[in-house]
Write a protein that binds this ligand. Structure first.
Ligand SMILES: NC(=O)C1=CN([C@@H]2O[C@H](COP(=O)(O)OP(=O)(O)OC[C@H]3O[C@@H](n4cnc5c(N)ncnc54)[C@H](OP(=O)(O)O)[C@@H]3O)[C@@H](O)[C@H]2O)C=CC1
Ligand SMILES: CC(C)(CO)C(=O)C(=O)O
Length: 310
């Protein structure tokens, strides 16, 4: 299959790399030093046990994705609208677009731009990072749960097979929005708190005050999910989220990694969306709301600093 990666950073390079290794033609859309390094030396992927070199097409020109059959949509949520509009102008009418992003609002944007009948969504379980330009590392388990936004369409199973044949543990879901909400509950509990405090997941679990705050946020977000009509059993969900966190003790969440690198954090996707939904639905979420206001300020400051640097 002819596959495009829109936003070849950590996630896009990893899954695009696995598909390229399985023999598919993959075009990686990237930019800056990372694109330069991949164009010169190829893409190096470091997994725990092995390293492999990906020899794909590396480009900074979105028009190079014009002929692909499937786009892995992997930009940070802050860039979703802009990337979706750029893609819409160049891809074929029948090209499938699969978001592998965190959060639940990217689906709404992609739905508006492309129509639900060709958008897929994946819950992405992976711990990947761009360690240096041209080099991506991945640790721990890799798993995808994927489904179509419109479950009456039948193309999700073909993409599940594509991933499975490339050796990626992938299952199909008929209710992908609920699965995405479940992941968002984890991310909203740990990502903003880790970004504001600088703590790894294990440090949040071990510090009484931080743990209490994480639990408070978790319950707030569960409340919003329930008011949105997502079926969640609060006690079982809190306990599941905290037991999954035990397996990621050393992890610096993607939001903390962005903050440490001076990059714009996904504040809207991880807290802004939930805060706004809470306000619309009349659900009080003071803990997450406070963290949202601080992280928004930090994001704006980082943005100003990077503008000053350029
Ligand atoms: N990393 C992880 O382990 C996980 C991440 N996720 C989610 O997956 C999504 C992607 O995350 P991740 O891969 O870490 O993010 P990255 O920042 O590593 O990757 C996104 C890439 O897209 C590039 N990009 C953005 N706009 C353009 C453009 N117009 N043209 C070319 N390149 C562009 C970015 O470039 P630049 O850097 O210059 O902005 C960056 O290289 C996020 O929603 C994240 O929350 C989900 C599970 C795990
Ligand atoms: C915890 C993790 C790596 C789960 O895949 C994640 O989604 C993040 O750090 O944002």
């Amino acid at each position: 299959m002819n596959i495009g990666v829109a936003g070849a950073g950590a996630v896009g390079c990893y899954f695009g790399g696995r598909l390229s290794e399985a023999g598919h033609e993959v075009t990686f859309l990237a930019r800056g030093e990372h694109l330069h390094a991949m164009s010169q030396q190829g893409l190096v992927i470091q997994e725990e046990e092995r390293q492999f070199l990906v020899d794909g097409i590396f480009t900074g020109n979105v028009a190079a994705l014009g002929d692909v059959d499937l786009v892995l949509f992997c930009v940070k949520s802050n860039d979703t609208k802009e990337m979706a509009q750029q893609l819409k102008a160049v891809i074929k009418e029948r090209t499938l677009v699969m978001t592998m992003q965190n959060g639940v609002d990217n689906e709404e944007i992609l739905n508006d731009v492309f129509g639900a009948d060709r958008v897929l969504s994946a819950v992405t379980y992976i711990q990947a990072a761009v360690d240096e330009p041209g080099k991506v590392s991945q640790q721990g388990r890799v798993k995808l749960v994927l489904g179509a936004l419109d479950p009456s369409t039948d193309f999700a199973s073909a993409v599940v097979s594509l991933m499975q044949e490339a050796g990626v543990d992938t299952v199909q879901s008929k209710n992908i929005r609920v699965r995405k909400w479940n992941k968002l509950l984890w991310n909203a509990t740990f990502n903003p708190l880790s970004a504001i405090s600088g703590a790894r997941v294990g440090e949040i679990l071990d510090d009484d005050q931080l743990r209490k705050t994480a639990e408070t946020i978790c319950r707030e977000v569960i409340d919003v999910a329930i008011h949105k009509g997502i079926l969640v059993e609060p006690e079982a969900t809190v306990s599941h989220i905290f037991s999954r966190a035990e397996m990621a003790r050393q992890h610096r969440t993607s939001m903390l990694q962005d903050r440490l690198r001076g990059k714009r954090m996904e504040v809207e996707a991880m807290c802004g969306y939930i805060t706004k939904q809470g306000a619309l639905l009349g659900v009080q979420i003071p803990a997450l709301q406070s963290i949202y206001s601080v992280l928004n300020f930090v994001n704006d400051q980082q943005n100003k600093t990077s503008v000053l640097k350029t």
